[in-house]
Design a protein around this ligand. Structure first.
Ligand code: M6R
Length: 609
């Protein structure tokens, strides 16, 4: 999704803006641009379609846009094709204001009509351009007033950055349903839509809330509410370091993040086990409350949704509470049966996914208590939920989530034990035994990585296929869903997951000679059944790759290839089973020469509907 950055201070703005934009590249984009005010009070604009590298070349690393204040943008096209003209910044007709924007101005068509009627002409097809003209229309020498009037006219979501020729040191920013963080420096200040663009410059941040806007100079940051009254904000210390957002010798962020999973899961679990007990300081749920709810609803998008699908098995099995897992994009429009007897669990790595935010708001409105499981501190979901449990995975840069997903699973597993204990639905012996198994997961994830160190060879065998099927039952099915998503999003190979028992209800018609089928076989309770499905697809010519434990000799002898994982407690097996599937997708994509960290058409954080 789009990214924005801004700088004002004693240094040249151009190189800082370009560096910030590079840090936002991972979010996905198709064009980029910067606007800098020079010492003659001219706004210098440079915009290109394609990569930031093109923008660096065009601006000679920023030196062709000299000046000490500016704004920058990476665009992920929504309104209008990815062209130089549609790229941001957008400028008012008289060149007085330049604007960058993340989000969508929903009422832009009516505003555009009104502005045209007032003599403004439009260069681009974007929704954003209306903002530049509106501010100009309302400007009578007082930018703050013009910004307030403009914001009151906008419907939709925005993180906005604005500069004005007439006050060359000032930046104006505003936020509504799109993240915006201010970076506090000494004699210089910054803004960005993502902390990763700020951490190499400052660790002191101010998080804007919806409806707030700010005036930024090199020496001051003043935040206002939507009526223009000053708001006191606290400065938060960013704990992520820049190394965590760099590749550290790996060819891709995705591979680095796969390898970081043992540490990420440990960082998520270990501090929450104290004196033989799971302590979730972040939430306050009593046994009485948990006993009073009718159900738990888990909502999320993409991989986070699939983490919910896997987590459901653990929660239902251990707590005996019904769990419904809903796609946030569906839940929000489904007139859901949710009230104060529903506990809503919201999963999101970024904490900024638009559909997930909307689904959460809808459920809150209907009375549900909400727990968010989120990775990015200070994100919208983290702030708006009743309780937040952080996943402590560190920055995840690759668009395809890996450690974000496994740490979400780790929290769901912890939550299931925590809730079962509060409810008195688990005996002490079982609790302690599962706790021990939970603690060993980081080690077992490491073993799964080590056991599959030559999976790149298997990738060479399968990378050339046009489709791959993933099958499994129960917890294995939940992993099939995530495994297939990993494969399709980074390798562009058609990959589908099926509950193995569903094959004969239609899908088996697609199985013919040499069709790769990845069969997930780690769940002992359904092992025999999955084996029958393997036999069925093999009888139709499929090449079966089984994912299982070394001890499962029968399956090993049935499959054409086997991927081994350590023998893990079934309830928690998903977190280990997914590791080789992430690696397989990675190496298949690499064989196919794909842009692994930034797959086409995808964005890291989907901040629009
Ligand atoms: O940031 P979120 O966890 O809310 O993101 C949800 C999905 O957009 C995300 O998991 C997406 O499916 C990933 N590309 C999967 O790798």
């Amino acid at each position: 999704m789009c990214g924005i950055v801004g700088y004002t201070g004693f240094q040249q703005a151009g190189p800082i803006l370009l560096e910030g934009l590079k840090r936002l590249e991972y979010r996905g984009y198709d064009s980029a641009g910067i606007a800098v005010i020079n010492d003659k009070r001219q706004i210098l604009i440079s915009k290109v379609t394609g990569r930031i590298a093109n923008l660096c070349e065009r601006t000679q690393d920023g030196s062709s846009c000299p000046g000490n204040a500016g704004i920058g943008h990476t665009r992920w096209a929504t309104h209008g094709a990815p062209t130089d003209t549609n790229a941001h910044p957008h400028v008012s007709n008289n060149g007085r204001f330049a604007v960058v924007h993340n989000g969508i101005i929903e009422n832009y068509l009516s505003l555009r009509k009104e502005l045209v009627a007032n003599g403004y002409h439009f260069e681009s097809e974007t929704d954003t351009e209306v903002v530049a003209h509106l501010i100009d229309m309302y400007y009578d020498g007082d930018i703050k007033k013009a910004v307030i009037r403009t914001l009151s006219r906008l419907r939709g979501s925005y993180a906005l950055g604005v500069i004005c020729q007439e006050q060359p040191e000032k930046l104006y920013v505003a936020r509504e349903a799109s993240p915006l963080i201010l970076g506090v420096g000494v004699g210089e200040n910054y803004f960005a839509s993502d902390v990763t663009a700020l951490v190499s410059y400052t660790r002191n941040a101010i998080y804007l809330e919806d409806g707030e806007f700010a005036e930024i100079t090199p020496d001051s940051i003043t935040v206002y509410d939507c009526s223009g009254h000053p708001v006191q904000k606290k400065v938060t210390r960013i704990t992520w370091d820049i190394q965590a957002a760099e590749k550290g010798g790996y060819e891709h962020f995705m591979l680095k993040e796969i390898m970081e999973q043992p540490a990420a899961v440990k960082a998520t679990i270990a501090p929450r086990i104290k004196d033989g007990e799971i302590v979730l300081d972040d939430i306050e749920l009593t046994g009485e409350y948990l006993g009073s709810i009718d159900k738990i609803v888990i909502t999320a998008c993409g991989s986070a949704y699939y983490a919910g699908c896997a987590g459901k098995y653990a929660i239902e099995k251990i707590c005996r509470i019904p769990v419904q897992v809903e796609l946030a994009s569906e839940l929000r429009y489904s007139d859901p049966i949710i009230d104060e007897r529903t506990l809503l669990i919201v999963l999101s790595q970024s904490g900024e996914t638009a559909d997930t935010i909307a689904a959460m708001k809808e459920c809150k409105r209907r009375g549900a208590k909400t727990i968010a499981i989120v990775n990015v501190v200070g994100s919208t979901i983290a702030k708006e939920a009743d309780h937040t449990i952080y996943t402590w995975a560190g920055p995840e840069i690759a668009v395809a989530t890996t450690k974000g997903y496994t740490t979400q699973l780790a929290v769901l597993y912890m939550f299931s034990l925590y809730a079962a204990k509060k409810l008195g639905r688990i005996g002490e012996e079982d609790y302690l035994s599962l706790l021990k198994k939970l603690k060993s997961l980081p080690k077992q994830i490491q073993e799964a990585i080590d056991m599959n160190s030559s999976i790149d060879r298997m990738a060479k065998k399968y990378y050339n296929n046009s489709s791959i099927f993933y099958i499994g039952r129960n917890t294995d099915y939940a992993i099939a869903l995530e495994g297939a998503l990993k494969m399709k999003e980074i390798s562009y190979i058609h990959a589908e997951s099926y509950a193995a028992g569903e094959l004969k209800h239609g899908t088996i018609a697609l199985i013919s000679d040499n069709q790769p089928v990845i069969a997930l076989c780690c769940n002992q309770s359904v092992m025999e059944k999955t084996m029958s499905n393997i036999v069925e697809v093999k009888a139709r010519g499929a090449k079966v790759v089984a994912v299982t434990f070394r001890e499962n000799e029968k399956i090993v002898s049935l499959a054409d290839d086997v991927i081994f994982v350590p023998n893990v407690e079934t309830l928690f097996s998903a977190i280990v089973e997914i590791i080789p599937l992430q690696l397989l997708a990675y190496y298949v994509a690499r064989e196919n020469g794909c842009d692994i960290d930034k797959p086409k058409n995808l964005a890291k954080s989907v901040t629009v509907e």
